[in-house]
Design a protein around this ligand. Structure first.
Ligand code: UT7
Length: 391
C-alpha cells in the first residue's frame, strides 16, 4: 500500500490510559523467583501497570479514545468507525469496539475488533488509512487496548514479568492536504503461531483443570520470538520507507512495539540509527501488546520528540506471527492542537449529548423488551433468561 493521489489520512488526535496500579520488578520478586536486576538487564522493564477489578480492555480504551477525540476537537457522534486492536477483548462477543463505541456515545460509527496481537495497532492504522484514502470514511478512531495481566500464568516467570495493561488511541481524518499515513507494509507467517500464543478460545476446552494447568494462559518461546523480532523490525522499516519513496536518513523517529530494549538496540544497529532515533518507554509499561505503540507515541509527543513535518515509522511484531510498519508524515504537534474556550465548550456539550443519547437508546431497548414480555402475557417461554436480543 503506498501513496494515493488527492486524499490523505492524517492523525489529528491521540490519547493514552493505563491503570493506576503500578507493579514494580521488586514487587514481582516477592511472589516469583525473579529479580529487578534480571528483568532490567534482559528487558529494560522497570514497572508495568495492572488493571484492577472493574477495569477492562474497553474501559481503558474509552479513556484513551476520549482524550484522542478531545485533542482532535471532535464529538464522538461524527466518528464513522471505531477499530479496536486487541488480543484480550472483554468478551468473545460482543466485540470490544462496539462496547467502546457505546461508551463514547459514538452513535453513528461502525465498530470492529482486529486481532493481530502486538502488530494490531499498525494493522488497524493501515486499514483505517486505506478506508479513508479509498473514500469510504472521513473520521476513524483507532485504539490499541490490552488487559494482558488477565491472560498471564502468574507462576511462569518467563512471561508474566514482561507484560502490562493499557490503551492508546489515535483519530484519523480525511483531508486533501498532503501528508499523514504515507505507506504501510503488513505481513504474517502463520507457521510460527505456536511460538507465542494464548490458548483461550473455542479449540481448547476451558475447564477448571485446563485453567489450573496454565493451558489457557500466555506461552512464548522467547528466544525464537526475539530472533524474529530483531530481523523483522529493520526489514519492515526499510520496506515501508522505500514504499513512501523516502530514505532511512529521512526518518526522524521510529516508534516501535515495546517488547524489550535489547530488540530495539539490535534494530538500531542494523538500521545504522543512533539509539535516540528509536523511541522507548518499555521501562514504564512493559509489553502492552497492541497498546504499546500508541502509548509510546503519546509519551514521545508529550516529551516534544515529534514535531509537525517529521517522518515517523510505527513498527510492530508479535503473535501470529504477524508484523507491520506504517510511515507517517506527522501533521500536527501538540502546540497546534489548542482550541478556543468556545470550541472546547461546544465539543463538551455535544460530547455529553452524544452520551445521553446512547444511554437513552439502551433504556429504550430495555423498556421495549419489558413491554414485549408483558404483551406476550407469558413467562418468556423458551427464550426466558436469554437477555437482550431474544425474539
Ligand atoms: O510482544 C511480542 C513479541 N515478544 C517479544 O518480542 C519477546 C522476545 N523475547 C525476549 O524478549 C526474550 O527472549 C525474553 C526477555 C523473553 C527472555 O530473555 P532471554 O535472554 O532470551 O532469556 P532466556 O529465555 O534465554 O532465559 C535465560 C535464563 C534461563 O535460566 P537458565 O536456563 O539459563 O538457568 C531462564 O530460566 O533466565 C531465566 N529466566 C529468568 N530468571 C529470572 C527466565 N525468566 C526469568 C525471570 N527472572 N523472570
Amino acid at each position: 500500500m503506498s501513496e494515493s493521489g488527492g486524499r490523505y489520512a492524517h492523525i489529528t488526535g491521540w490519547g493514552a490510559h493505563v491503570p493506576a496500579r503500578a507493579v514494580t520488578n521488586q514487587d514481582l520478586s516477592q511472589i516469583l523467583p525473579t529479580s529487578d536486576a534480571w528483568i532490567q538487564e534482559r528487558t529494560g522493564i522497570v514497572e508495568r501497570h495492572i488493571a484492577e477489578e472493574g477495569e477492562y480492555t474497553s474501559t481503558m480504551a474509552i479513556h484513551a479514545g476520549r482524550q484522542a477525540l478531545k485533542i482532535a476537537n471532535l464529538d464522538p457522534s461524527v466518528l464513522d468507525l471505531v477499530i479496536c486492536a486487541t488480543s484480550t477483548p472483554d468478551y468473545l462477543m460482543p466485540n470490544t469496539a462496539s462496547l467502546i463505541q457505546d461508551g463514547l456515545g459514538a452513535g453513528n460509527a461502525a465498530a470492529f475488533d482486529l486481532n493481530t496481537a502486538c502488530s494490531g495497532f499498525v494493522y488497524a492504522v493501515s486499514v483505517a488509512a486505506g478506508l479513508i484514502k479509498g473514500g469510504l470514511y472521513e473520521r476513524i478512531l483507532v485504539i490499541g487496548a490490552e488487559s494482558m495481566s488477565r491472560v498471564m500464568n502468574w507462576s511462569d516467570r518467563s512471561t508474566c514479568v514482561l507484560f502490562g495493561d493499557g490503551a492508546g488511541a489515535v483519530v484519523l481524518e480525511a483531508s486533501d492536504r498532503p501528508g499523514g499515513v504515507l505507506s504501510s507494509k503488513l505481513g504474517s507467517d502463520g507457521s510460527g503461531g505456536d511460538l507465542l500464543m494464548v490458548g483461550l478460545g473455542t479449540r481448547l476446552p476451558i475447564t477448571q483443570d485446563s485453567v489450573a494447568r496454565g493451558e489457557t494462559a500466555m506461552k512464548m518461546n522467547g528466544q525464537q520470538v526475539f530472533r524474529f523480532a530483531t530481523r523483522i523490525m529493520s526489514e519492515a522499516t526499510k520496506e515501508v520507507t522505500a514504499l513512501a519513496g523516502l530514505q532511512l536518513a529521512d526518518i526522524d523517529l521510529i516508534v516501535p512495539h515495546q517488547a524489550n530494549t535489547r530488540i530495539l538496540e539490535v534494530a538500531a544497529k542494523q538500521l545504522g540509527f543512533a539509539p535516540g532515533r528509536i523511541y522507548s518507554n518499555v521501562h514504564r509499561y512493559g509489553n502492552t501488546s497492541a497498546a504499546s505503540i500508541p502509548l509510546a507515541l503519546v509519551d514521545a509527543l508529550s516529551e516534544g520528540r515529534i514535531r509537525a513535518g517529521d517522518h515517523i515509522v510505527f513498527v510492530g511484531f508479535g503473535g501470529g506471527l504477524t508484523w507491520g510498519a506504517c510511515l507517517v508524515e506527522w501533521s500536527f504537534g501538540p502546540q497546534d492542537r489548542h482550541w478556543s474556550a468556545s470550541q472546547r465548550a461546544l465539543r463538551w456539550i455535544r460530547d455529553r449529548l452524544a452520551r445521553v443519547k446512547g444511554g437513552l437508546h439502551a433504556l429504550d431497548r430495555k423498556l421495549a423488551a419489558a413491554g414485549r414480555g408483558r404483551r406476550k402475557g407469558d413467562d418468556g417461554g423458551p427464550w426466558r433468561g436469554l437477555g437482550p436480543g431474544q425474539p
